[in-house]
Design a binder for this molecule. Structure first.
Ligand code: MG
Length: 386
């Protein structure tokens, strides 16, 4: 396998699965953004043929560290594409965070890989493009996202026409139960303190704003070909039921498991098999109660914004995603307050004129435009605040 984004949360947990099943998997290429220390230690352990770093300076440092090992080190987007299209790899794990994943994952689809996809942004932004490219080149996209993995498992052995709706569960994030006024002045540290999942910073903030669930609705739309209004969201604070499918006869099938991303990673890597990897199971008696509640769209408007972008279609989700990435980065740098995130996304979406999103240049242009506009709004925001 090749792993794009090997040093992040999903990447390191993927390598943990490889460590557990050494007779089944071999890592031939890994990429990272700029974390030289982690990627070098991974390279020493797993002995891939190729390492790529998005950051040029980090690649130079890595090349020095790995001198004499025979491991090739590449830099930039070209390097990431080389990892994604590595001829020796059957499986590509797409664990890069954000829009940066789109170009290499598209290249992997063009190369006909089995793609274990954790990068939901590539589907949100370039869903049409990615699904068409995969279809035309015999690539298969298997979700690593826990909700979508759950849906794939619920659909196993069922026929499409029997499907009535998909029900995505949401933990609600660290601020579930709060009113809007109580979110004024919440800190980065509070936003990153997720009650159930250990995740990277970007997705943790997305989870706190509920944008993560909005992105996941769009992700489910592309992965399973479900209409947007046939995809519901329920808040389920225990995060034990990872998602559900309702069939035409009114029966609902759910998938349950511990809050451990290694389970959906393992399923994507071994699909359609069920492989024992020594992961802990779920103790139902310890779980005790399961609750389900309606989302609070007034306090957390990002879910509604994502649905609106999805309904408008074309490049609208690319603009939404770009605005969100820029706003979340600004929040993580303490440049804007938490409540400004949905505000900026809403304004960018409102000003965006969507076009068809069936080629890469159109998608990239919408992304750039969304980023530029969000950045302007943030500069203005800071100016107004000081
Ligand atoms: Mg998820």
């Amino acid at each position: 396998m090749s792993v794009l984004g090997a040093t992040g949360s999903i990447g390191t947990q993927t390598l943990d699965i490889v460590r557990r099943l050494p007779e089944r998997f071999r890592v031939v290429a890994v990429s990272a953004n700029r974390d030289v220390r982690t990627v070098v230690s991974q390279a020493r352990e797993f002995r891939p043929q190729l390492v790529a770093l998005a950051d040029e300076a980090a690649a130079a440092a890595c090349r020095q560290e790995l001198a004499g090992t025979g491991i090739q080190v590449l830099a930039g987007e070209e390097g990431l594409v080389a990892v994604a299209t590595m001829p020796e790899a059957d499986v590509l794990v797409g664990a890069v965070v954000g829009m940066a994943g789109l170009v290499p994952i598209l290249a992997g689809a063009k190369a006909g890989k089995v793609i274990a996809l954790a990068n939901k942004e590539s589907l949100v932004v370039g869903g049409q493009l990615l699904m068409d490219t995969a279809c035309a080149n015999g690539a298969v996209i298997l979700p690593v996202d826990s909700e979508h993995s759950a849906i794939l498992q619920c659909l196993a052995g069922e026929n499409r026409p029997y499907l009535r709706r998909l029900i995505l569960t949401a933990s609600g994030g660290p601020f579930w139960g709060k009113r809007r006024s109580q979110l004024r002045g919440v800190t980065r540290r509070e936003a990153l303190r997720h009650p159930r999942w250990q995740m990277g910073a970007k997705i943790s903030v997305d989870s706190a704003t509920m944008m993560n669930k909005g992105l996941e609705v769009l992700e489910a739309h592309w992965l399973f070909g479900a209409a947007l209004d046939a995809i519901d969201v329920v808040v389920h604070p225990q995060s034990i039921v990872h998602s559900l499918v309702e069939f035409q006869d009114g029966s609902i099938v759910a998938q349950l498991g511990p809050t451990d991303m290694r389970h959906p990673i393992l399923y994507a890597l071994t699909y359609p098999e069920r492989v024992a990897a020594g992961l802990p199971g779920l103790d139902l008696l310890q779980v005790g109660q399961l609750q389900f509640m309606a989302p609070d769209d007034e306090t957390f408007p990002c879910l509604t914004l994502a649905r609106e972008a999805g309904r408008r279609g074309g490049t609208a989700p690319a603009a939404l995603n770009a605005a969100n990435e820029v706003a979340v980065a600004a929040f993580l740098q303490d440049r804007i307050e938490f409540l400004a995130i949905p505000e900026i996304v809403a304004q960018v979406l409102e000003r965006h004129n969507e076009r068809p999103a069936d080629d890469l240049p159109a998608v990239l242009a919408a992304d750039q435009e969304g980023r530029r506009l969000a950045q302007q709004l943030i500069d203005h925001w800071e100016g107004g605040a000081s």
